[in-house]
Ligand binder design. Structure first.
Ligand SMILES: [Zn+2]
Ligand SMILES: [Zn+2]
Length: 401
């Protein structure tokens, strides 16, 4: 390192500072015209253009997603020496509620960090990526990007998320959806009752069985079901009934176990009711979030210097699921929360959308940009950081965490 770490961090602060108003403007522009999953054409263009304007090479429409992109400095993929660092940007909004998850702040912070670290470091041996990750709220752009190999060779993936807590990492469960369809036999319920095999009756038994199962599920595991097809008319024994089940597990392994439990409950019910059952997965699977505490510790230290201190999450509290899970089980990753409203509030509400365009949102975004950039600099300039991050990753993977 040609300059002391302190001088470098001060330089990063300056680089974020000179861009602060522009970053906030961009954040507000996204907020004013929210775009939902896979429709974020304007947001991804604004971000990619801003990166291109400061010398990043941008590839748009990556992983088969028109609104995903990768901006890169440093050597071409695979050719580089040194670590590879990715800063992640989400930018999709929620239907009807706009930016009620504050992804406009994630986008600006990721952008600000990428621009600041590049400006402060100049050319380094490693590779810096700024990755546009669409559709977090529905579908999971990061799942497609992981599958397309976009994170292969990455040593650290960094982002922050606004929230109602200041937490150093995000307790996010693994999750999946499963469709369960029972096939019975239609009959007139009074004319020929013995001919009927009641598929809806079977589905109701499955709900009952899951009610019993629920009592012995480990912390973080959960099933929520709805009936999506319960028959056609009261004078026909339903020949088909179908439910959709949302499954969650504290870890991806726990989710897999729960899937197996659901499958055996469904098969058991089918056997008991003489129906035939089909169990099929719906959409992609979100994996649990594996925090890299080497990287999240560095981030928390930098954020502390900026004036926001993070704590460990409250044990037993889970905050949903996210496609960052799938990144975090492939490469060292962080997903800290920074509060933009008090803990009696909640994301996915009109109040949270308002906060995402308010002064506390601005402060969180700029603080995150600076701390992300400083963490990125640590990874790019100190070989021991990515070594320790990978060691932490492998230790947790071996322990099933
Ligand atoms: Zn959300
Ligand atoms: Zn979100």
């Amino acid at each position: 390192m040609s300059q002391t770490p302190e001088a470098l961090y001060a330089r990063i602060k300056e680089e974020v500072g000179v861009r602060a108003d522009r970053l906030w403007e961009l954040s507000l522009a996204l907020h004013r015209e929210p775009e939902t999953a896979y429709e974020e054409h304007r947001a991804s263009r604004l971000l990619a253009d801003a990166l291109e304007a400061e010398g990043f090479r941008v590839e748009r429409g990556v992983a088969g997603l028109p609104t995903a992109f990768v901006a890169r400095t440093g050597p071409a993929a695979g050719a580089g020496e040194g670590p590879c660092l990715a800063l992640l940007m989400e930018y999709d909004a929620l239907p009807l509620l706009g930016h009620a998850c504050g992804h406009n702040l994630i986008a600006s912070a990721g952008l600000g960090a990428a621009l600041a670290v590049r400006a402060a470091l100049g050319e380094v041996e490693g590779t810096l990526l700024a990755v546009g990750t669409p559709a977090e709220e529905r579908g999971g752009g990061k799942v497609a990007e992981v599958e397309a190999g976009l994170f292969d060779g990455v040593d650290a993936a960094l982002m922050f998320h606004p929230g109602v807590y200041d937490w150093v990492w995000a307790p996010l469960t693994a999750s999946a959806q499963v469709r369960v369809g029972f096939h019975g036999r239609a009959a007139h319920p009074t004319g020929s009752p013995t001919e009927g095999i009641d598929a809806l009756g079977a589905l109701i038994q499955l709900f009952n069985a899951l009610g019993v199962l629920h009592k012995r599920l480990p912390d973080g595991s959960h099933i929520q079901g709805i009936v999506t097809d319960g028959g056609r008319a009261t004078n026909i024994v339903p020949e088909y009934a179908e439910g959709l089940f949302g499954l969650r597990g504290g870890t991806t392994a726990a989710l897999e176990e729960l899937m197996e439990e659901l499958r055996s409950c469904a098969q058991g019910v089918a056997l008991a009711t003489r129906t035939r059952v089909e169990v099929t997965g719906v959409g992609g699977r979100y994996e649990h979030f594996r925090d890299n505490d080497v990287l999240s510790g560095l981030f928390a230290g930098h954020l502390d210097r900026v004036g926001i201190s993070l704590s460990e999450p409250t044990p037993g509290v889970y905050l949903g699921s996210s496609d960052i899970g799938n990144v975090s089980t492939r490469v060292p990753a962080i997903h800290p929360w920074i509060a933009i409203m008090d803990s009696d509030g909640s994301d996915h509400t009109p109040q949270f959308a308002e906060a995402a365009a308010g002064p506390r949102g601005r402060r969180a975004m700029l603080a995150a940009a600076e701390a992300l950039a400083c963490t990125a600099a640590d990874v790019l300039l100190r070989a021991d950081v990515s070594e320790r991050a990978w060691a932490c990753f492998h230790r947790k993977a071996t322990a099933g965490l």
